[in-house]
Structure formats: structure tokens, C-alpha cells
Design a protein around this ligand. Structure first.
Ligand code: SAM
Ligand code: MD0
Ligand code: SF4
Length: 350
């Protein structure tokens, strides 16, 4: 049986975490099973207190460039899985250079270069390394790479050419669920690519999906699984069903909301970057995620961009409100502001 957490304990939680308290598995179960509006708000309050203690009102901004939507894999949740008959694109090096020009001085702390596991790059990974070099040369900003599982030699070369962060999400540390989600992909291979990157001086991001077969026990397992990697950034995303995929019609009444998990992540990983992704609910959703303890806005698209997101809540909508100016405007209304770049460099040095 899950032990409940008393309201008074929730009131003290933020302070206690700042004072060094580590949550037990029973604490995690209790927090993840909170339901009443009052209790859940207290959880967010605690997470914000911890976030503000370490980062003040300052937020980081991550630019998302999905430069190739070709993929050889068949993740059950993903729109871009190779079985889905969709239009795809692969930007040329020149197009990427042009995108960088638009991004100069825009105010981003980091550029996220994401792709599907595109054979064009996997058959000749030096093409990918070259792309990292180009973006570094154009912008001089920190670079996150999200290329999927990459071989060690390529990870090393990309690091030498200026990649700072390696994002690779396990989605779940429950192996049975993993096999249903990342169909045909090695669980260990994913863990070891991330571990290798960390050993080589990358900052690493790990992540979970929620609303897709995870219960409280498997979520606790996943949180502990992420913790074991000593990540610098940790995320959770709500599964959004995608047209043309096996899980197109999947619906789940999950009590494990993304917001609750964001708050728990903040309590478990007080100093980590935790994303408020625009990909799921846009800028209104960003506000809720920041209020639950997140501190980096991700999936901000380059100005006037036609590029894709990953889950794309706005697919098919006419208006796309995913630009850095709109984000900053809303941060100001919230009493928050973009952090100085020096703060981000400190995070990278951690
Ligand atoms: N191809 C690389 C890979 O899979 O690692 C890079 C893309 S990765 C950043 C895409 C991530 O977006 C997935 O790991 C998953 O966490 C998330 N995602 C994909 N489809 C989603 C969906 N339908 N709903 C929510 N999140 C999704
Ligand atoms: C996001 N669409 O932050 C991006 C993506 C990949 N590193 C990040 C999932 O929501
Ligand atoms: Fe490919 Fe990544 Fe989508 Fe999986 S999540 S199908 S690896 S793009």
C-alpha cells in the first residue's frame, strides 16, 4: 500500500530538499499518487522553491532544429517511424548554414540538432560530424546533439567539433514496456551510448514518456534508472498519439501527469536542467511546466521556421506560436527572464 504524505510534510518539502533530503522510493510513490488539487499545488510549490533556490527567476532557451526526419527505426509512439508513410525532409548543409544565420544574436543558450536515425548519416557518420562543425563555426553556441544511438567514435569526433550535450531518452526503464515502445532496439545499447558520452565529457539528457503504459511502480523504476546515469538534464513528455502509427488510437486515463513528474524530477534532481517543451502544448503549456519546476524552454523553433517538432501539438494548426520572442514575452509576464549566457556555461561546466 502507498503511504500518504501529510499536508504538513508537503509544506516542508521544498526546504528539506534544499537542506539535502533525498527522497526514498516510498516518498516517490506518495508524491506520484497525490491527487487532490491542494496537494498537487503544494508539490509544485515545493518544486518551484527548489528551482528558484538554484536558478532564481532565470530560464534557459533551447533552439530546436530537426534537420532530418528520415529514420530507420520503428518506435511505436513516433510519427517519424520508418513504417509511417509521411512526407520527410533532410536539410542540406547550406540550408542549415542559412538557418544558423537567422539564429545569430536571437538569444538562445543552446542549439539542439535532432534527427531520426537517418541512414544518410548513419552510413557515413562523418557527415554528421561535419554538420556539428558547421553549426559551431556559424554560431559559437553550445550544441546539443539528439541523433539517436551513435557509435562511440562518432560521438567522440562530434565532441571534438563542439558538441556539448548528448540527448538520448530511454523513455522507460521498465524493460517490458521499453520493448513495446522502442521496438527492435537494444535497451543496453541506449544506456551504454549515454554512459560513454558522459565519460567523454558530454553533459547528458535522459527522458521518460508518460501516459503510455507506465504505472507508479514503473515510473519509480524509471526515475531511479535515470538517476543512475548522473544526468545533467532530465525530462518527461506526455505521449501524444500520432496519425499513422500503431498507437494512433491509444488513450489512457493516466494519473501520472507530466506536471507532477516534472515537480518530482525537480525534487530528485535539484540542480538539473528540466525542460518545459513547447512541443506538447505550446506557450500556454510552457507556463504550467515552469510553474511545476522546469527551467529550460525547449522546442523553440527558428523564426518563421517550417521545420518539424517531434510530437507536434500544432501539426495542422495555422498559427505556430513557437518563436523565441513570444517565449520571452510570456516569461516576462510570469516575472521570469532569460538567464545570462554565463549561467549556462556554468551548467555546462558541471
Ligand atoms: N531519433 C532520435 C531518438 O529517438 O533518440 C532523436 C529524436 S528523440 C529526441 C525524439 C523523442 O521525442 C523521443 O525520444 C520521445 O521521448 C519523444 N517523442 C517522440 N514521439 C512522441 C510522441 N508521440 N509523444 C510524446 N513524445 C514523443
Ligand atoms: C523538445 N522537440 O524539446 C524537442 C525534442 C530532442 N532533444 C528534443 C524532443 O520537445
Ligand atoms: Fe526514429 Fe527517434 Fe522517432 Fe524512434 S523516436 S522512430 S528513433 S525519430
Amino acid at each position: 500500500m502507498i503511504q500518504k504524505m501529510a499536508i504538513e510534510e508537503l509544506d516542508r518539502l521544498g526546504e528539506e530538499i534544499i537542506g539535502g533530503l533525498r527522497l526514498s522510493d516510498d516518498n516517490l510513490r506518495a508524491l506520484l499518487s497525490l491527487e487532490s488539487e491542494e496537494e498537487v499545488q503544494k508539490l509544485y510549490d515545493a518544486a518551484r522553491k527548489v528551482r528558484d533556490h538554484h536558478f532564481g527567476n532565470r530560464v534557459f532557451l533551447n533552439c530546436f532544429i530537426y534537420f532530418s526526419t528520415y529514420c530507420k527505426n520503428r518506435c511505436a509512439f513516433c510519427y517519424y517511424n520508418c513504417k509511417n508513410d509521411i512526407e520527410r525532409y533532410r536539410l542540406t548543409r547550406e540550408e542549415i548554414r542559412e538557418t544558423c544565420k537567422v539564429l545569430k544574436g536571437a538569444g538562445f543558450h543552446m542549439i539542439d540538432l535532432t534527427m531520426g536515425e537517418d541512414p544518410y548519416y548513419y552510413d557515413d557518420p562523418d557527415r554528421f560530424v561535419e554538420l556539428v562543425r558547421t553549426v559551431k563555426e556559424e554560431l559559437g553556441l553550445p550544441i546539443m546533439i539528439s541523433p539517436g544511438v551513435m557509435d562511440n567514435a562518432t560521438l567522440l569526433k562530434a565532441r571534438e567539433k563542439g558538441a556539448n550535450f548528448f540527448a538520448l531518452y530511454q523513455e522507460t526503464y521498465d524493460r517490458d514496456l521499453y520493448e513495446k515502445l522502442r521496438v527492435g532496439q537494444s535497451f543496453e545499447g541506449r544506456v551504454s551510448a549515454r554512459r560513454f558520452a558522459k565519460e567523454q565529457g558530454y553533459c547528458i539528457e535522459d527522458g521518460l514518456l508518460t501516459g503510455i503504459g507506465n504505472d507508479i511502480e514503473s515510473t519509480v523504476k524509471s526515475l531511479r534508472g535515470m538517476e543512475a546515469n548522473n544526468p545533467d538534464m532530465v525530462r518527461v513528455m506526455t505521449f501524444l498519439p500520432q496519425e499513422g502509427t500503431p498507437l494512433e488510437g491509444y488513450q489512457e486515463k493516466s494519473k501520472l501527469s507530466e506536471l507532477k513528474i516534472i515537480a518530482v524530477l525537480r525534487l530528485m534532481f535539484p540542480k538539473c536542467l528540466i525542460p518545459a517543451s513547447l512541443d506538447l502544448e505550446g506557450i500556454d503549456g510552457m507556463v504550467h511546466r515552469l510553474n511545476a519546476g522546469a527551467n529550460i524552454v525547449t522546442s523553440i523553433l527558428p523564426p518563421d521556421s517550417q521545420l518539424e517538432g517531434v510530437a507536434n501539438y500544432d501539426r495542422g494548426l495555422e498559427e505556430r506560436d513557437r518563436d523565441i520572442k513570444s517565449v520571452i514575452k510570456r516569461l516576462e509576464i510570469m516575472g521570469m527572464e532569460p538567464a545570462p549566457q554565463a549561467d549556462f556555461e556554468r551548467v555546462l561546466g558541471c
